[in-house]
Design a binder for this molecule. Structure first.
Ligand code: Q9C
Ligand code: ZN
Length: 676
């Protein structure tokens, strides 16, 4: 349905007029270079371009005091000396004669974006703005921020569009204390922020940035702070924070709109953040958010001071908003110990306020001797196969590694990959979007006969023909011709088709294949436990990890249980394994409702870099196929319905598995391991 890009050249007018090493990084080139990169990559052209308008003084008044707005109005007529003197009254602020105009455009851009999304003109979008907003308070400028663009947009969404639940995700590397203060007693706005904290030794040095600040009064539990107490946090830490903190709460909250305070000073190379997350991580974070609020995501630029890293990260985010599959994440998927301590601390602080965090770690952890997975198997080296930055020893090597990484990203092609559908009886009833391919092609007969021969179930013409389409579709995904697909199989041939698909994938190009089998499907007996296939059976008879690559779980009956299984087990395994193909098979008696299946596909698509093939039974409803198509194209999946608390049995089975697996799959951890 489209992505908006809101911008106005006038926002490059404000700049620092005197010497101030702290403020000079907030420069006009931040916008011009980001925009230039978007153009070079053809991304700007794919968006609905909207020229930013100024916010009215009434709109500014949704958050700021009339006196403060009047003071800012007055800065337009001041000389440099007076501007410098006034700036000195605030922390990390510079004013310019054009600041008032720019800041009104920045707030107005956020408002326009929210209006475009909530009127249905677009699905999502990004406002490229400066000055940033999240530090600004009711009557104070702070940290380069003049008006609180995101807070104004949230108030506007409540007041003008009647929204009741808004999620604000602040991934800027500084604490958006301004947003926190504005909504701290408001349960209709859930504010999540992670930030460089170093136990209070990093700017803005506030106690209320720590995990125990959870909101006030009615708003208790609606402020969520995740402080990073060390620099160097990277992709694994950020993804773990989403899977184990933000997303469980967000699903329970069930927002109608997601606002992102999108600062990219949390990306590698940034002088302020000193973190390690690579630009493609922001595509992952964005797509993980797109499963919420029916995909209504409005991002507003905040910080980001390394011009090249900022620009690449902005490009990645826009690509994700446009629905392009994300690049695989680079680097080892193992969160830092300090990150796990922070995650543990915020989960403990929030547990009284959220069902989805209760019962956590309540189940006894089995001692390693009981049914522990075979420790001898070590997986193939994880890490995105595309980009490998060498470990740097010196500052100069680190710089060289960063620029080589950014160069590789800049050159990465953006093919218009598509979703293909190979259905049979379902086809007639399905209205497909125009960019979805109807898959008719089949693998060559001769080749197929060899694959099908061992399986009696594939002898029938119908099953054999369906297999031909599946195999050709699989090859096309692995060759990069299409991104993802859905294929139907007659029910009696489901297991055999899956079996052949796995063998074919492994012998073709899949270095690592994740197979998520839902329903009565057994792991093929001849599948080697060599770390190339991770087999996950949902609705297995019991929760059991026969090895670290062979896991089976029951299917939870509650929405809370289902979400916990996906966020706390399936996705951490998927991120740890870093598959280049995910096969999702909805087999006999799979028991998934259409929205559950769509959510599973939409979420698995992210760690898989879009490469997902879903096998459904021919008898499935067109409705199921329809929502799966949407999910694979990156559209927001439908809601799961009201949140119901996971049952103690479900949580116990989950914790049992997690206890068995978390020494090998580090992304499962939600707390720092004891000892060491
Ligand atoms: N070295 C935003 O990113 N200076 N504002 C901190 C610590 C102020 C950042 C000094 C940074 C303000 C929107
Ligand atoms: Zn920042």
């Amino acid at each position: 349905m489209g992505t908006a890009l809101v911008y106005h050249e006038d926002m490059t007018a404000a700049r620092l007029l005197w010497d101030d090493p702290e403020c000079e990084i907030e420069c006009p080139e931040r916008l011009t270079i980001a925009l230039e990169r978007l153009r070079q990559r053809g991304l700007e052209q794919r968006c609905l371009r909207l020229a930013a308008r100024e916010a009215s003084e009434e709109e500014l008044g949704l958050v700021h005091s009339p006196e403060y707005v009047a003071l800012l109005r007055g800065t337009q007529a001041l000389g440099t000396g007076e501007l410098q003197a006034l700036s000195g009254q605030y922390d990390a602020i510079y004013f310019h004669p054009s600041t008032f105009h720019c800041a009104r455009l920045a707030a107005g851009a956020a408002l326009q974006l929210v209006d475009a999304v909530l009127t249905g003109a677009v699905q999502n979008g990004l406002a490229l703005v400066r000055p940033p907003g999240h530090h600004s308070q009711r009557a104070a400028a702070n940290g380069f921020c003049v008006f609180n663009n995101v807070a104004i947009a949230a108030k506007h969404a409540k007041q003008k569009h009647g929204l009741h639940r808004i999620l604000i995700v602040d991934w800027d590397i500084h604490h958006g204390q301004g947003i926190q203060y504005i909504f701290e007693d408001d349960p209709s706005v859930l504010y999540f922020s992670w930030h460089r904290y170093e136990h209070g030794r990093f700017w803005p040095y506030l106690q209320e940035s720590d995990t125990d600040a959870v909101g006030q009064g009615q708003g208790r539990g609606f402020t969520v702070n995740l402080p990073w107490n060390q620099v160097g946090m990277g992709n694994a830490d950020y993804v773990a924070a989403f899977l184990h903190v933000l997303l469980p709460l967000a699903f329970e909250f069930d927002p109608e709109l997601v606002l992102v305070a999108a600062g990219f000073d949390s990306a590698v190379g940034d002088p302020e953040g000193q973190m390690q997350a690579t630009p493609e991580c922001f595509a992952h974070l964005t797509q993980l958010l797109q499963v919420l609020a029916c995909g209504r995501v409005c991002a507003v630029l905040e910080g980001g001071y390394h011009l090249e890293s900022l620009s690449q990260s902005v490009c990645m985010m826009v690509q994700a908003l446009l629905g392009d599959p994300p690049l695989p994440l680079s680097g080892p998927m193992e969160p830092h110990r300090s990150a796990l301590e922070s995650i543990q601390s915020v989960r403990a602080a929030q547990a009284p306020h959220w069902m989805s965090l209760q019962q956590q770690d309540a189940a006894p952890v089995l001692s390693p001797s009981t049914r522990s997975p075979e420790g001898s198997i070590s997986p193939l080296l994880p890490g995105g196969p595309e980009f490998k930055a060498p470990v740097a020893q010196t500052e100069a090597q680190a710089m060289a590694a960063l620029s080589s990484l950014l160069d590789q990203l800049r050159l990465y092609p953006t093919p218009p990959l598509r979703t293909a559908v190979a259905l049979t009886e379902l086809d007639a009833a399905l209205v497909l979007p125009p960019d979805v391919l109807h898959w008719e092609r089949s693998a060559p007969q001769k080749e197929m006969q060899a694959w099908a021969r061992p399986h009696e179930a594939l002898a029938q013409d119908k099953s054999f023909n369906a297999l031909g389409k599946v195999l050709y579709l699989l090859d096309s995904i692995l060759d990069g011709q299409v991104s993802s697909g859905i294929a139907a199989t007659p029910a009696p041939a489901a297991a055999a088709t899956l079996d052949v698909a796995i063998q074919r994938g492994l012998s073709h190009r899949a270095q690592r294949l994740l197979c998520v089998a839902v329903g009565q499907l057994d792991r093929p007996l001849d599948l080697a436990d060599d770390g190339r296939t991770l087999w996950l059976n949902i609705r297995g008879k019991e929760a059991a990890a026969l090895s670290m690559f062979h896991v089976s779980t029951p299917l939870p009956g509650t929405t809370g249980g289902f979400l916990s299984y996906i966020l706390a087990l399936v996705l951490p395994l998927a991120y740890g394994f870093q598959p280049n193909l995910v096969l999702v098979a909805l087999g006999p008696a799979h028991g998934l409702q259409a929205p559950q299946a769509a959510l599973l596909a939409a979420l698995l698509r992210v760690p898989a870099g879009g490469q997902v093939l879903v096998l459904v039974e021919e008898e499935s409803t067109p409705q199921l196929a329809g929502v799966l198509v949407q999910a694979l194209r990156g559209e927001g999946p439908p809601s799961l319905g009201p949140f119901s608390r996971a049952s103690p049995e479900e949580m116990q089975a989950l914790e049992h598995l997690r206890g068995q697996l978390r020494t090998q799959w580090k992304m499962l951890q939600v707390a720092a391991p004891q000892g060491l």
